[in-house]
Design a protein around this ligand. Structure first.
Ligand code: KG4
Ligand code: ZN
Length: 336
């Protein structure tokens, strides 16, 4: 079974082809990605209308590229998968519309996938895939969640953010430091030259006794610190960045360890854009190694949004029998 996956929820157009069936973990045959980061940079964030228009321009050329690189043609595709949500409505509609048009014209079924399930299952695309069950730490620009994962489609939410997501905390703090968009990678890079102990920033809900997160207060604390520094902020930027990163990472680490302890599970899967953060990976690796826990990540290139994770999630849902692809092409998207 060949599954074509299309991701268009935000500012990356991603297309991929995976081969599934025979009980094995689906295999990635090819994927292509176009990032709109340069286009939105000047605006300091994603402009939804520009995003939708660019998805329209990119999605078919990327599809052709993936098929050519995989030595397959469109009629070989058995199922067309797309991101149904969450994401920007207009952007989602492009992927959904193209997927359903392809499905209808080829006479092949389509399947809408939850974007976060794509992130969650993306480590199965790596050379060292996890085994069920595991605890998952999902850290993206819009979500921060801890889940108990028993199998495909068997997800129990253990805790989540009550306000901002971890990626949002990175992005908003980076903006306060004038680092532009997207802020996470820029802040993380600058943090490498800074002193993480320079400023005592809050670790919200660290001792709350549950597995929830809160990052809105951290952003306010960074703002207060930046104002306090006044003219000296440029000279201390790296220190603020390092202190901010340390605060976010410490909370993610401690809550992940608490989730592992509460569930008794010995495997942790980390997924979503923030999972690309080097400091987070180092801390999780060290903290988990001490407790005999194995940590699995997606490949760095597949941490942020991509089509491979959508094709993979669709293939795994179909393989596991928890979902069926349909021949009704009246598509709906779920932005929230
Ligand atoms: O998963 P993703 O690509 O998109 C969403 O589904 O939201 O995650 C994007 C988020 C952004 O907030 C971005 O700043 C953050 O992931 N991010 C990082 C790093 N790379 C991406 N945050 C910290 N360090 C990084 N290296
Ligand atoms: Zn994402």
């Amino acid at each position: 079974m060949l599954v074509l996956g299309i991701e268009s929820s935000c500012d990356e157009t991603g297309v991929a082809l995976v081969q599934a069936g025979g009980g094995a973990i689906p295999r990635l045959l090819g994927h292509a990605l176009h990032s709109q980061v340069r286009m939105h940079e000047a605006y300091g964030g994603v402009v939804p209308e520009l995003a939708s228009r660019d998805h329209i321009r990119r999605v078919l050329p990327l599809t052709r590229q993936v098929l050519a690189e995989s030595h397959r043609s469109l009629p070989d595709v058995d199922v067309v998968a797309f991101t149904r949500g969450p994401g920007l409505a207009g952007a989602l509609l492009v992927g959904a519309g193209v997927a359903c048009a392809l499905g209808a014209s080829l006479g092949k079924p389509v399947l809408g996938v939850h974007h976060l399930e794509g992130h969650l299952l993306s480590p199965f695309l790596s050379a060292d895939p996890p085994e069920f069950p595991f605890v998952a730490l999902l850290v993206s620009g819009g979500h921060t969640q801890l889940m108990r994962v028993e199998g495909v489609g068997q997800y129990e939410l253990l805790g989540e953010t009550i306000d901002d997501a971890a990626g949002e905390a990175f992005d908003k703090s980076a903006k306060l430091l004038g680092l532009g968009y997207p802020g996470g990678p820029a802040l993380s890079k600058l943090a490498e030259q800074g002193d993480a102990k320079a400023f005592a920033l809050p670790r919200p809900l660290l001792h709350s006794g549950d597995l929830d997160f809160s990052f809105a207060g951290l952003k306010t604390a960074v703002l207060t610190q930046v104002r306090k520094l006044g003219d000296q902020v440029d000279a201390r930027k790296a220190d603020v960045a390092a202190s901010t990163e340390a605060a976010i990472v410490e909370v993610l680490l401690k809550k992940s360890l608490a989730a592992l302890k509460a569930t008794g599970l010995k495997r942790l899967v980390v997924a979503g854009g923030v999972g690309a953060n080097r400091h987070l990976r180092e801390q999780l690796d060290a903290g988990c190694a001490r407790r005999g826990v194995r940590v699995h990540y997606p490949e760095l290139a597949l941490c942020t949004d991509n089509g491979a994770m959508i094709a993979m999630a669709a293939a795994m849902r179909l393989d596991a029998g928890v979902d069926v692809a349909v021949r009704t092409y009246a598509f709906d998207v779920k932005p929230r």
